[in-house]
Design a protein around this ligand. Structure first.
Ligand code: TC6
Length: 718
């Protein structure tokens, strides 16, 4: 709702009240309309201020209401009522003015912002466009290039930038409401003719055609397959070609198309999923709201390779004192230089103070003795990690949380090396660790709820989205990657090329196909793991070369590694590059010849595989593993898996994540296709539908928010 008061006798103050972000729910919109009428009808009131409760102006339309039938007064006429008022209306922007919130402010005649406020039109991130006049008013106010950039990226601008762009009229370090009241008094009675943005002339410039062409090209490049950014450009285009009223009609048409689209549903689901993962729970009943994190003031990182450096930067930027340990002096010096450079660049980019003095470097593991939390980030080698955990257990003060940065090793095995296994958790960072937003926090069967809560909290402090996952081979992300990769290899055996498989996945929306990613991260990484698992059998021929443990196996990745083709770093992998370290992937005739020769050697006849089969086999194998993970209790819900895949594995955000996508396609359809492929390839375990998807499909495929009801609680682990 909205609360009305009168200040200094002549200023009507309308305060939006809908915690936590004063979103424009039906009740709030009704409140604004009612209180506006009241302010306009009271003769003593000469001007009006609109502000939000609890230091937040407004977070936009209430996203929770999007699915339901529209109630209450619509936004557009409400904003027109404000703009048409004959008394000056001033927006007092504190905290945030986002989406419909900023559109509301643009309908006001003046805008005063607090210096810490953030303003933006992030509708595009929800699969929408600013459909309350934002696409017509903002270009009229600040010009087409700046408006296009803000609307198509959805980024938040600082108050200083908003002032520079002309979005706000004044910025204050003190109360924006007090400043707005003062300002409102000073403009009472003044003409408002020049203050109604909808009456401003259409933006004109000789290079507009070029600007729109460039913007369209850019959104098509960066938002593969996402329709909202493209539609945003079309809507802004209407602001230069049509008069305001017609432009608003066009905005409404385009908005309606987006509003009911699957992409908007996916992105809105994802918005809530990203927030839901912080409310973690485990099969044993440990929960976010009953487990208290321990205070952490001092952290330590052991091993300053690529990951350790990124983790040190993240910790320092989170304001912690960090001890960074690397036992070889030369490597320590190199790491110190590299970390200083990373901190400097990051401070510049983010406009924050340099955190270099937060890190102390040391050659001895003894230096971590008084840390509250230690993150071991040495090579992915169980024997080495075990030795370090034994050492740490003897060195660290009682109660220190011991974390391992691993992409798939057994947390429990490491915990068993220590005197306090309840204090051991995994922290799976993604490279580059100071940039990537995802953190898988892995609890073992003996990790305490308090340890898990502390690691989750630590991730949040570092600006990550932390997802709690159970302990198993590859945890969630890498475990699901295995059957996906496997299918990609099988497709090559059956006649596809890496280019064809990658093209299908990129058309689906992945930033990079599976083979390009493999070249980027290095083929040797998976090779080492397969070797450790005893899967690599050099020189094996005949049928046995393609079978392991009774299941189909493709040695293609191993054979490439045997040739020294590790991907980008060696200039050759699934593609060729102009030099080692080169970035531009080019089809490699050698590889095509090698595949032909491989097929001939194994009696495989290449066939033409259509796009649908390539996509279904890769994605459905991945999704099937996701259902198995839910069934095993490794992830608490489908949202956890989806957030991991979008943030860590390049799954296109506008498709919500693999589990959401399965629901969108239809669980019975996914099941039917898995059954079909499993019938064709009975020796591929990853294609055998898991019992949870069968159960859900047999129960009329309930919506995704009800899937948890169908997951049998596994045995207590914590
Ligand atoms: C729009 O305006 C369209 C207009 C045209 C229509 C014609 N609605 O992120 P936090 C909830 S579209 C409903 O953890 P922060 C959020 O789910 C909208 N709920 O906090 C969470 O709930 P939980 C355009 C919302 O301080 C709680 O608030 N606007 C909304 O880190 C706290 O959120 C946007 O896209 C909402 N609009 O960040 C802005 N916003 O506690 C979306 C938040 O139950 N919001 N909630 O989990 C944000 O970007 C951030 O929430 C923030 C605050 C920057 C406002």
């Amino acid at each position: 709702m909205a609360f009305y008061s009168r200040v200094s006798g002549s200023v009507g103050v309308i305060t939006l009240q809908n915690p936590p972000v004063n979103a424009l729910s039906a009740a709030v919109r009704q409140g604004i309309v009612d209180t506006m009428h009241r302010a306009l009808s009271e003769p003593e009131v000469k001007s009006v201020v609109i502000c939000g409760q609890n230091g937040k102006f407004c977070g936009g339309a209430d996203i929770r209401e999007f699915g339901a039938n529209m109630r209450g007064p619509p936004l557009v006429p409400m904003i027109h009522l404000i703009e048409a008022a004959e008394k000056p209306v001033v927006a007092a922007i504190e905290g945030v003015a986002l989406g419909g919130g900023l559109e509301l402010a643009l309908g006001c005649h003046y805008r005063i912002a607090h210096s810490k406020a953030r303003l933006g039109l992030p509708e595009v991130t929800l699969g929408l466009l600013p459909g309350a006049g934002g696409t017509q008013r903002l270009p009229r106010l600040i010009g087409v290039p700046a408006a296009l950039e803000l609307i198509t990226t959805g980024r938040h601008a600082t108050a200083a930038e908003a002032l520079q762009l002309g979005i706000v009229d004044e910025v204050t370090d003190h109360s924006a409401v007090d400043a707005a009241v003062k300002f409102a008094q000073s403009v009472a009675g003044k003409s408002l003719d020049a203050r109604r943005i909808s009456t401003y002339p259409r933006p004109r410039s000789p290079d507009l055609a070029e600007i729109f062409e460039k913007a369209m090209k850019e959104v098509r490049r960066s938002a593969r397959g996402a329709i909202a950014p493209v539609t945003c450009v079309q809507a802004v285009h209407a602001s230069v070609t049509l008069p305001y009223a017609k432009g608003m009609e066009r905005e409404r048409e385009l908005f309606s198309t987006l509003f009911t689209s699957g992409q908007a549903h996916a992105l809105q689901y994802y918005f809530f999923a990203q927030r839901a993962v912080s409310r973690w729970s485990t099969p044993s009943g440990a929960r976010w709201d009953t487990s208290k994190p321990r205070p952490v003031h001092k952290a330590a990182v052991i091993g300053l390779g690529t990951m350790g450096r990124g983790i040190s930067v993240s910790l320092a930027q989170a304001g912690l004192s960090v001890v960074a340990v690397e036992t070889q002096e030369k490597q320590l010096l190199e790491a110190k230089q590299a970390v200083s450079g990373m901190l400097e660049r990051s401070a510049k980019r983010r406009g924050v103070p340099l955190a270099d003095d937060k890190i102390k470097y040391n050659c001895s593991v003894q230096a971590v003795a008084d840390a509250d939390l230690v993150i071991e980030a040495v090579f992915e080698d169980m024997a080495l990690k075990k030795t370090i955990f034994q050492q740490l257990s003897g060195i660290c003060k009682p109660g220190t949380l011991l974390c391992t940065n691993t992409s798939g090793l057994d947390i429990d095995e490491l915990a068993s090396q220590t005197q306090s296994p309840e204090l051991v958790v995994g922290m799976h960072f993604f490279a580059p660790a100071h940039v990537m937003k995802l953190l898988e926090v892995v609890y073992g069967p003996r990790s305490s709820p308090e340890a898990l809560a502390t690691a989750m909290e630590m991730g949040k402090k570092m600006g990550k989205v932390s997802v709690a996952v159970g302990n198993c081979r590859g945890f969630v992300g890498n475990r699901m990657l295995k059957p996906y990769l496997e299918q990609a290899f099988f497709l090559l055996e059956e006649g596809a090329t890496p280019e064809q498989v990658d093209q299908v996945l990129e058309e689906f929306g992945f930033a990079m196909g599976v083979f390009k990613v493999s070249d980027l991260s290095g083929l040797d990484v998976g090779w080492k793991v397969r070797k450790a698992d005893g899967l690599v059998v050099p020189g094996s021929t005949g049928k046995s070369a393609r079978i392991r443990g009774g299941s189909r196996y493709s040695p293609l990745g191993d054979l490439l590694c045997e040739q020294g083709r590790f991907g980008q770093k060696t200039g050759r992998g699934w593609y060729q590059y102009d030099k080692p370290g080169g970035r531009v992937a080019k089809p490699d005739p050698w590889l095509h010849g090698f595949l032909e020769e491989y097929r001939a050697r194994h009696g495989l006849v290449a066939r033409r595989i259509d796009h649908q089969e390539m996509l279904e086999r890769c994605l459905y194998a991945l999704i099937n593993e996701g259902f198995q993970i839910l069934q095993d209790g490794i992830a608490a819900g489908p949202e956890d898996i989806d957030v991991i895949y979008v943030l860590g594995y390049g799954w296109p955000r506008h498709r919500g994540g693999p589990m959401f996508y399965a629901g969108l396609v239809g669980l019975d359809k996914v099941l039917e296709r898995l059954e079909h492929y499993h019938q064709v390839y009975p020796d591929v375990l990853g294609l055998k539908p898991c019992s949870l998807i069968r159960k859900l499909a047999a129960s009329s495929s309930p919506p995704i928010h009800r899937w948890r009801e169908f997951i049998q609680k596994p045995r207590s682990q914590l």
